[in-house]
Every structure is written in C-alpha cells, then in structure tokens.
Design a protein around this ligand. Structure first.
Ligand SMILES: [Zn+2]
Ligand SMILES: [Zn+2]
Length: 254
C-alpha cells in the first residue's frame, strides 16, 4: 500500500514537472521532482554558503566593501553611527543565488524555499543563538495584508525549519509604503510606529536578551525601529540575525 502510494506520488510529481518545468537559476538545468525550487542541489550547496569575512562591530557591514578602522566600517566611523540593536549577525550576503531565492520565496510565494533556507542556515543560526546567550527569539512579523497576499510569514517559516522555539511577540498593524528605494533616514521615518508589542507579552521582555530574526538586512531601519521598541519594554540586549545582508556598493541612497 505504501509503495503504491509513493509510486502514485512520484507519477503525479513527474507529470507536474512536465506541465510546469522549473530550471536552476544558476546553471539552467531542468529541476526534476525533489528539486530545490530555485536551483539544483549542486548549485544551491555551492552558492548558498555562509559569509566568512570580517564584519563591522556596529552595523555588521562586510568590512571588505567599506573599510574604515579595525572592526568598524567607513560609514559608522565617519558618521559616528549608533543603533538601538547591540549586534548584527547574518548567514550570507544579499546577492547572487541567496538574493534570487529570497525574492522567489517572497514574491513568487514559494513557501518550500523558506524551509530550504531554514535547513541551510540551521547550524549557523543555532551557533549564533548559543554564543549570544539569548533568552528569546523573535521573528519580524508581516502585516495582515502581506500575509493575505503571500500566504505565509517567511521569517516564521524559516524558523520552523531551523528548529528553534520562538515567540510571536510583535505585530505589524499596517504596511508602510514600499521601502526599496528609500535611504536609511527615509526608511526610519517610514517604519516609525509600524510595529507593536502584543499586549499579552508586554511584561515578557523585561531584563531579557533577545534575538530579532529577519530575512534581509538592508539599511537597518526596520531592525533599529524594532530594537528601540523592545528596549522601551525593558529588553536588556537586542541582537539581530538575518539570512542575508545587503552590502553597500556605492549607491548614494544610504
Ligand atoms: Zn544548477
Ligand atoms: Zn558599520
């Protein structure tokens, strides 16, 4: 019975592959059955890998792109930048396959990609949680409007596959305007007051060390806004972990 069911499943999946062919976003090969949705297994393993270069101790920026002083990037050094969060960790840079995979997950609504990302970052993420000694893991929420459109919150789905307990302590009552073309200052204004601590959890944060989890770190405006909110509710430390970090490569709008 089990083998009949599994043969049927294989047949259905083979027919679906023929009707809706998928190709690897890196090498172009046909993705067959248990494929990785956006890339073949070989390309995924070769391209979705941890960034191991040195990072700015203030904003997390990869130092090779923006060298300043030892351990500090040029922008943090020159502008004497400070943030509400205490540290920024991330798995990889927002370029190439990781950028393609995150965009496909969110904008083509591919939930299985979230699970694949979760499995890929799992040991890196769990090591960060352990070394930062955090009490709570909090995913960045999406608004009801985005949830309806996408069908899932990618940060929760990724954490489900990482295999860690987390708390849905935040809510996002509305969606601000599109952020992609805004600078840090404009984004900060855009996200001000957008997130709320759910009333039932308002005593939960006092004295806690918290890890805020998001899929992409762009200018840091969202993380900074939420870290400020969590600290107003008594969080002692707010560390940030994102799947991808967007390196600043010379655009004027940061
Ligand atoms: Zn490939
Ligand atoms: Zn920096």
């Amino acid at each position: 019975m089990t083998s009949l069911r599994s043969s049927l499943r294989n047949l259905v999946s083979a027919v679906l592959d023929l009707l809706y062919p998928n190709f690897c976003g890196v090498c172009g090969s046909f993705l067959f059955r248990d494929h990785y949705f956006v890339a073949c297994k070989e390309c995924w393993e070769e391209n979705f890998t941890p960034y191991i270069g040195e990072k700015c101790s203030i904003c997390g920026h990869p130092l090779e792109f923006l060298p300043g002083a030892p351990g500090i990037c040029k922008r943090c050094l020159e502008k004497k930048r400070t943030f509400n969060f205490d540290s920024v960790s991330y798995f990889t840079l927002y370029q190439g396959l990781p950028e393609f995979a995150v965009k496909e997950m969110k904008f083509s609504r591919l939930k299985p990609v979230a699970h694949l990302i979760g499995k890929t970052i799992s040991s890196h993420f769990l090591t960060a949680v352990k070394s930062l000694n955090v009490d709570l893991v909090i995913p960045v929420p999406v608004s009801a409007e985005t949830l309806k459109e996408r069908g899932f919150n990618q940060t929760e789905e990724i954490l489900n596959s990482v295999g860690i307990n987390y708390i849905l302590l935040l809510e996002k009552p509305f969606t601000p305007k599109k952020q992609s073309t805004l600078s840090f200052k404009e984004r900060s204004e855009n996200v001000r007051g957008v997130f709320k601590v759910k009333i039932e959890f308002k005593m939960e944060l006092f004295g806690k060390s918290v890890l805020l989890f998001d899929d992409v770190f762009t200018t840091g405006a969202t993380a900074n806004e939420i870290a400020g909110l969590l600290k107003r509710y008594g969080a002692r430390k707010v560390h940030v972990y994102t799947v991808c970090y967007t390196p600043f490569l010379g655009s004027a709008r940061m």
